[in-house]
Design a binder for this molecule. Sequence first.
Ligand code: ATP
Length: 238
Amino acid sequence: MLKIRNLDAGYGKLRVLKNISLHVDAGEIVTMIGANGAGKTTLLSTIIGLVRPMAGEIEFRSWDCWKLSSQDIVAAGCVLVPEGRQVFATMTVEENLILGGYVLQKKEGKAAVLRELEYQYELFPVLRERRNQLAGTLSGGEQQMLAMGRALMSRPRLVMMDEPSTGLAPLVVRDIFRVIVRLRDEGNTVLLVEQNARAALSIADRGYVLETGKIILQGPAEDLLANRDVQRAYLGRE
Ligand code: ATP
């Protein structure tokens, strides 16, 4: 689904990502964990075409992302649920969701959008209850669900999530991570970037550890959870 080889990327002359290689296969949850400033957001921005690579290759569904605009990458089925949610605060929940179905509507018409809307309401029952509420008045957890629902409205092949757990209570994080597992179980593919390493590794199939722009460890999620260096640095346990 996604293959990255020897990627360097950054801002101006600042190289943030150094020689990153990773892959995400169809049907997997892959997590990228790392501390503040490690370069996680930069990685997602580079995949989606907002930051241009300095070197290396990014291939999404065999398309060469170097040659695609951000819009083309999204149209090819790669979507990003950004950090901080960024829902449209002065629009209702339903208006936000319908907006997420814009590309789908152009391709398959209104009926497909309504079917997808129904699926999002089934995944996130609270969004149905609050369909007419302004998005800016939702709680943080509800806004995260809306941001996910809006991204999913386009029926993407790959969903990338940037720190969905930030600022949320543990019970809300649990609900959101349950939905991510359900998405995977229904055949979706997820790249999950998280500082909350324990929660992310406990639902992921595989993981990568990013430290100051370099991948320093990778492997099955259960191996990373059991790794002493990961435990010491990211799981708050000796
Ligand atoms: P966080 O968890 O805090 O979001 P992160 O792992 O996502 O951290 P990035 O946001 O990718 O890290 O930042 C990596 C580095 O790139 C940081 O040193 C940051 O200051 C720098 N950086 C990020 N965005 C820009 C930008 N637009 N221009 C210049 N430098 C940037």
